[in-house]
Design a binder for this molecule. Structure first.
Ligand code: ARG
Length: 653
């Protein structure tokens, strides 16, 4: 049962006679920040009082009188300018927590009105190996998938793979001109990735060589502008200072661009083999675009190659998904929707939503400068067209009530245009959400890359995480007071769940919209807000139960009950009872970090409890059973919470 929801619902009915926005004001009720102020706190009387011109303390007193919470709470207290402090009744807490002892779902009732969700996540562009940039969508999407499902919704996980983009033209061109057959035999995806990088590098080389002279000319001009601005006017003049600053910035920017271009050129010039290839393929970028166009137009040879590459690429992706235990119900990539695109555009035109502009077909959205291009001048359909067809398909085939896109924040504009176009089109009542997220950064504050500047491959990242976790697990085990407890196989199994859990948790614990710095040390630390800490906390609770030699399942069936004898027990009970409300909040805002935060806090509350309340040596047998039951429940909440984040636990570590 969701305590917060019950309180909010009660307040909403009381608030109804004061405002049309009762749920909004009831939504301001939160768990209290400090136990001093009770368990929950309602701060709605101040803003509402202001709005309706009523003294907030008076309003608070009226609300307290009207609200029917007698069973759940002590008489609420009005404090300060009009805060309402709520304290749950001890008898109620005890009865509620005892209701969890044999509840598989730990108090989480399936939602009354299940919805059909489509979670669009991971969605890498294939034929390139998965890299660290794909991690966030995969991990956040998987957690949301699990949470929504556990709450009782019907959820379809769909991997909208990029299997139709321009990268295929590059790979096809590379395959036709630079293939190493034996490498391809041996490791096809690695060879395709090499071909992709090679074609990319040669294209970049020619582009850099073509733009360098102009960049240098512009730099010389700006340098001159700077020198003259500096010499002629009063250098202390505010306007001049501003201008100089602006010019200096431009000069610096141009310098960076020139450096980058020179680097690209040198990388090829310094390798005679590469240089020879570059010279032999001067129009490589246009030629690769031509190969993409041919593929899209149905050219038999390119189609055959594409059909040959795709299963190889999917297999490589699958190895990663298997390791991370990521499951999709469908993997309908961009190519799947190609036959539907012409109709989408025609329909949008018929309905007057899209129109021709400069030989392209576009949707114009008020307030957004860029048009949503659904057919380009050359007749090609776009990422946008595909996404429109995808929405229609998901509504028709999956009966979607909500589609959530777990995609990088940089695609924000795309989704704004997409959602607005869909609204105008025909599906106004489906919920569309861009669950956006920031970038993973390296120590230098730039997107996380290898030292040589390549993107970090996911496969090797996972290997490294597990290797580092192995060292930590072994070191911890060796340091145990009575000697090591784990054999080699156990250490390896635990290293796997610690390493993979560490990577996932580090990603999930941040507010998803923020960027975060990738740090092995922070991610695998045994203290602090990490998976490792949570996993050790779980193992510690299991250890308490094991040393007390209780059969946990049997204990739940003895009829023994949880009792309340100490404030730290009360805090633990309260925390355990909050699990349902936290999941509901995480789902409502699509924020797994609400769950990590809760689990971390709960582990802390448990530590305090364990410091103050002897378990195995409790004063009476009843108290011992009661506390063992609290340990058991804590372990179950932590394990279930981590499981909903896609993270495993181990009873021994
Ligand atoms: N493949 C795209 C990319 O890598 C992400 C696709 C997200 N999903 C969608 N329906 N647009 O940028």
């Amino acid at each position: 049962m969701n305590v917060l929801k019950q309180i909010r619902d009660q307040f909403a009915s009381a608030l109804d006679s004061y405002t049309d926005d009762a749920p909004q004001f009831a939504g301001m009720i939160k768990p209290a920040g400090d136990p001093k102020f009770g368990d929950y706190q309602a701060n709605c009387a101040m803003p509402l009082g202001k709005q309706i011109g009523k003294n907030p303390r008076e309003l608070a007193a009226e609300l307290v009188a009207a609200v029917e919470l007698d069973e759940l709470c002590e008489t609420p207290e009005v404090a300060g300018p009009g805060f309402i402090n709520l304290r749950l009744r001890d008898e109620w807490l005890v009865a509620a927590v005892n209701g969890l002892i044999n509840d598989e779902r730990l108090g989480v009732e399936p939602v009354a009105e299940p919805r059909n969700y489509v979670v669009d996540f991971s969605a890498p562009n294939v034929a390139k190996p998965m890299h660290v940039g794909h991690l966030r969508s995969t991990v956040i999407g998987d957690a949301l998938y699990r949470i929504l499902k556990f709450l009782g919704h019907r959820v379809v996980g769909d991997n909208h793979i990029g299997d139709w983009g321009t990268q295929f033209g590059m790979i096809i061109y590379g395959y036709k001109h630079f293939l190493d057959e034996s490498d391809y035999e041996e490791a096809p995806v690695a060879e395709l990735a090499r071909l992709y990088r090679l074609v990319n590098q040669l294209s970049d080389y020619h582009a850099a060589a073509a733009e360098l002279p102009q960049l240098r000319r512009t730099l010389a001009e700006r340098d001159a502008d700077y020198a003259s601005a500096k010499s002629e006017a009063d250098a202390n003049d505010k306007k001049t200072k501003k201008r100089l600053k602006k010019l200096a910035k431009q000069v610096e920017g141009l310098g960076d661009q020139i450096n980058a271009a020179e680097k690209k050129i040198a990388a090829v010039d310094n390798e005679p083999d590469l240089k020879a290839l570059a010279d032999a393929h001067p129009d490589i970028a246009a030629a690769a675009r031509g190969e993409t166009a041919k593929l899209h137009a149905g050219d038999a040879e390119n189609r055959r190659l594409w059909e040959q590459f795709i299963p190889q690429c999917l297999e490589a992706l699958q190895t990663i998904y298997d390791r991370l235990e990521i499951h999709f119900d469908h993997s309908l990539g961009e190519s799947f929707y190609q036959p539907l695109l012409a109709d989408v555009v025609a329909d949008l035109q018929d309905k007057g939503i899209a129109r021709e502009s400069e030989a392209a077909i576009c949707v114009f959205i008020e307030g957004v400068d860029a048009p949503f291009i659904v057919r380009k001048t050359d007749g090609a359909f776009t990422y946008a067209t595909t996404d429109l067809a995808t929405v229609k398909f998901r509504i028709e085939e999956f009966d979607a009530d909500a589609i959530i896109y777990v995609v990088d924040a940089r695609q924000g504009d795309h989704f704004k245009l997409l959602f607005e176009t869909v609204r105008q089109w025909e599906f106004s009542d489906v919920e569309l959400q861009h669950v956006s997220f920031g970038t993973i950064l390296g120590d230098d504050g730039r997107p996380f890359k290898t030292r040589s500047g390549d993107s970090v491959g996911l496969e090797s990242l996972l290997d490294e995480a597990i290797a580092k976790a192995y060292a930590i697990v072994s070191e911890n085990d060796d340091a145990k007071p009575n000697g090591a407890e784990l054999n080699e196989g156990e250490r390896r199994r635990i290293a796997e769940i610690v390493g993979l859990g560490g990577i996932k948790y580090a990603d999930l614990r941040h507010n998803r919209e923020s960027d975060y710095v990738f740090s092995w040390d922070k991610m695998l630390a045994t203290t602090g807000d990490t998976a490792t800490y949570m996993q050790y906390a779980y193992a510690r609770v299991c250890g308490i139960l094991r040393r007390a030699e209780v059969d946990r399942v049997a204990l739940r069936q003895t009829g023994a009950l949880i009792q309340l004898s100490h404030e730290s027990e009360r805090q633990l009970i309260l925390a355990l009872l909050r699990f349902p409300e936290v999941l509901a909040q995480a789902a409502a805002e699509y924020r797994p970090n609400f769950l990590t935060e809760y689990l971390f806090k709960t582990a802390g509350v448990f530590s305090t409890f364990y410091e103050h309340c002897p378990v195995a040596k409790a004063e009476t047998d009843e108290l011992r059973d009661s506390r063992l039951l609290l340990c058991d429940l804590t372990a179950r909440v932590i394990a279930r919470g981590l499981e909903l984040l896609g993270i495993h636990t181990s009873e021994r570590m």
